[in-house]
Design a protein around this ligand. Structure first.
Ligand SMILES: C[S@@+](CC[C@H](N)C(=O)[O-])C[C@H]1O[C@@H](n2cnc3c(N)ncnc32)[C@H](O)[C@@H]1O
Length: 208
């Protein structure tokens, strides 16, 4: 996890939830409407950020472990979710996770993997954390949107900050997931509005 990414998110944390961000809003809808088995589940959220989705997860899950590499983002999440059944951990997703083998029912990743160059490690760690039959749901910027120049960015008084990103094609997600033992159950492509020619988000529902 590069310092450039964590520094950028530490700076973005104060305005991440209030900035106009149609990608973030669409992701929130995709996650909530996916029909995932969240009720009563032991959930692991990768890259929870300010806890925008964690709040909804905590309303339904038995318990949530939420990992993020930015202290600034985590501080917001901890504040928003005090007294909730959530364990927040400051954690680089590229380092070994503090999660027991097979102890989780559901792993969620939203708008994080554009910052991770090689995805195989994340998929194999997710497979290790999940019990057999457990679900991994990924929702990320669609490669068409990345190719159109989109990527995590925010504006400060000094101008636009673009967080470092890597382009991932659909096969970059699907093949390492299959190699880690996952089955692809559903693939979704999501538009922010009909005026855009290409989907903004890609969602992938995998089962272990
Ligand atoms: C765009 S935010 C998304 C946050 C949240 N999932 C959401 O949808 O609002 C991306 C988050 O991923 C985290 N992140 C990116 N790369 C990471 C890594 N290698 N390890 C841990 N966290 C990482 C950042 O710190 C940031 O909080």
């Amino acid at each position: 996890l590069s310092r450039d990414v964590t520094d950028a998110y530490d700076r973005w944390a104060a305005s991440y939830d209030s900035d106009r961000n149609r990608t973030r809003d669409l992701d929130g809808r995709v996650l909530r409407e996916a029909g995932l088995p969240v009720a009563g589940a032991r959930v692991l959220e990768l890259g929870c950020g300010t806890g925008r989705n964690t709040t909804w997860l905590a309303d339904h899950a038995a318990h949530v472990v939420a990992l993020d590499g930015s202290e600034g983002m985590l501080a917001r999440a901890r504040e928003a979710l005090a007294e909730r059944p959530v364990t927040f951990v400051h954690q680089d997703l590229l380092a070994p996770w503090p999660v027991a083998e097979g102890s989780v029912d559901l792993v969620l990743v939203d708008l994080v993997l554009e910052h991770v160059e090689a995805l195989a490690g994340v998929f194999s760690a997710a497979a290790g954390a999940l019990r057999p039959g457990g679900v991994l749901h990924v929702c990320e910027l669609h490669p068409y949107a990345q190719l159109a120049g989109r990527g995590a960015n925010f504006t400060t008084a000094a101008g636009e900050v673009r967080v470092p990103v890597f382009l991932h094609h659909v096969s970059d997600y699907v093949n390492p997931a299959i190699a880690a033992g996952f089955h692809l159950r559903r693939l979704g492509e999501w538009w922010v509005d009909e005026a855009e020619p290409a989907p903004r988000l890609l969602s992938l529902w995998f089962q272990r």
